[in-house]
Design a protein around this ligand. Structure first.
Ligand SMILES: Cc1ncc(COP(=O)(O)O)c(C=O)c1O
Length: 389
């Protein structure tokens, strides 16, 4: 547990086994809970095996910055008896719009308890039995599952040889589709497209198939160090039914507090809001998020630390002769030249949990999230033993 996490747990007044379960809840994301190799076993392992390294869920090992932790502490001791609706409904959308910029105002922001709800709302608003979903493959799978739940089909377009989303293929598949899900950076391949490419893609889809909606998921964009990779917020303001999804679960380190949002035109957001419940925000989450947004230096430091750990891990794999895709995120997609399940089982036996299978690349590639530097140094020793035998 990091020092800051420990301080936070202490500030909540829990310890021992309680501290472990608080860490699980505060630091863990939706994906880890829903898709971990076996969340129950993972939890069991975490409570019995003290130094298990959990790099399976694209979580943030460092948690939120000091401003957010201080804000949480102040709210707990002073204001948690209040509903805090003005903080969540008024102050937070304003603070988000101000931080993202690109002409956004509070009316262009729709918050939710995690961006998963925005994705579900997007699919339910625009996809139907006669209007398929378009997604990359492999890419984030939650929208596919929602589409199938409502009886809609999914056009899955394979990534290219560099493991980047095939924007040409996706634009062609978009004709007559209900929604295109464009994950930029893409989970699990960690690759990106520049804003120029994304913006040309949006223009092309909107001119060939004007009724097709586009969701650009930017869950990991804060970690992108390639300066051509930027938010498509301005494009979301330019067109009806184009919107971005962002989350506080990744670089902001608040997965367990549950906060995401959509940005787009008010008419687009109204369709999302009508399509699916987006949850309610509590005063802790809203206050911590505002404090984080007002502490941009922490985001710079977080990005730098992630890059340092990312470079170390990519280099360590390369030294062993193994290649990762060009990661712009807090995880790597590595060609381990063996089924991901075998690699994962071998790693787990030695106390390191890595990502689940990502079809259709599960025979060769494993997704490895980035923990702290110390965790990655220890994890690399385990990977070296597995890959060099
Ligand atoms: C690409 C992508 N989008 C959305 C989410 C959902 O995140 P959350 O619901 O925690 O905001 C995740 C979680 O891992 C993700 O990887």
């Amino acid at each position: 547990m990091s020092l800051s996490r420990r301080a936070f747990v202490r500030s909540l007044g829990v310890g021992g086994a309680g501290a472990l379960s608080s860490t699980w809840v505060v630091g863990r994301n939706h994906e880890a809970l829903a898709w971990g190799p076996d969340p129950l076993e993972a939890a069991r392992q975490a409570s019995t095996q003290q130094d298990v390294i959990r790099i399976s869920g694209n979580e943030n090992a460092r948690g939120p910055g000091k401003a957010a932790l201080d804000a949480l502490h102040n709210v707990i001791s002073g204001k948690v008896g209040r509903y805090g609706r003005n903080v969540a409904r008024d102050d937070l959308p304003k603070a988000i719009a101000r931080r993202v910029g690109h002409g956004l105002t509070a009316e262009n922001i729709l918050t939710s308890t995690g961006s998963s709800f925005i994705l579900a709302a997007g699919v339910r608003a625009y996809v139907s039995e006669s209007k398929p979903l378009v997604n990359g493959s492999p890419s984030y799978g939650a929208p596919n599952r929602t589409a199938r739940t409502i009886g809609a089909s999914v056009r899955e377009i394979p990534v290219d040889a560099n493991l980047k989303l095939d924007l040409d293929g996706m634009a062609e598949a978009a004709n007559g589709a209900g929604l295109v899900f464009l994950c930029n950076p893409n989970n699990p391949t960690a690759t990106t497209h520049s804003l120029d490419n994304v913006s040309a893609f949006i223009r092309r889809v909107k001119s060939n198939s004007p009724d097709t909606a586009i969701l650009v998921d930017e869950a990991y964009i804060e970690y992108a160090t390639d300066t051509t990779v930027e938010t498509a917020a301005a494009q979301a303001l330019e067109y009806d039914d184009v919107f971005i999804a962002r989350t506080f679960s990744k670089a902001y380190g608040m997965a367990g507090l549950r906060l995401g949002y959509a940005a787009g035109r008010p008419a687009t957001l109204a369709k999302l809001n009508a399509a699916w419940g987006l949850g309610d925000l509590n005063i802790l989450t809203a206050t911590a998020a505002i404090a984080s947004l007002n502490e941009p230096d922490h985001m710079v430091a977080e990005r730098e630390e992630n890059s340092r750990i990312r470079e170390f891990t990519i280099d360590a794999f390369r030294e062993m002769g193994y290649e990762a895709s060009d990661s712009q995120t807090n995880f790597l997609f590595v060609n381990v030249r063996q089924p991901a399940a075998e690699f994962r089982d071998a790693a787990r036996e030695q106390g390191v949990m890595v990502g689940r299978d990502f079809p259709p690349m599960e025979q060769t590639h494993a997704r490895i999230s980035l923990g702290t530097m110390e965790e990655m140094e220890r994890a690399m020793e385990v990977f070296r033993k597995i890959l060099e035998t």
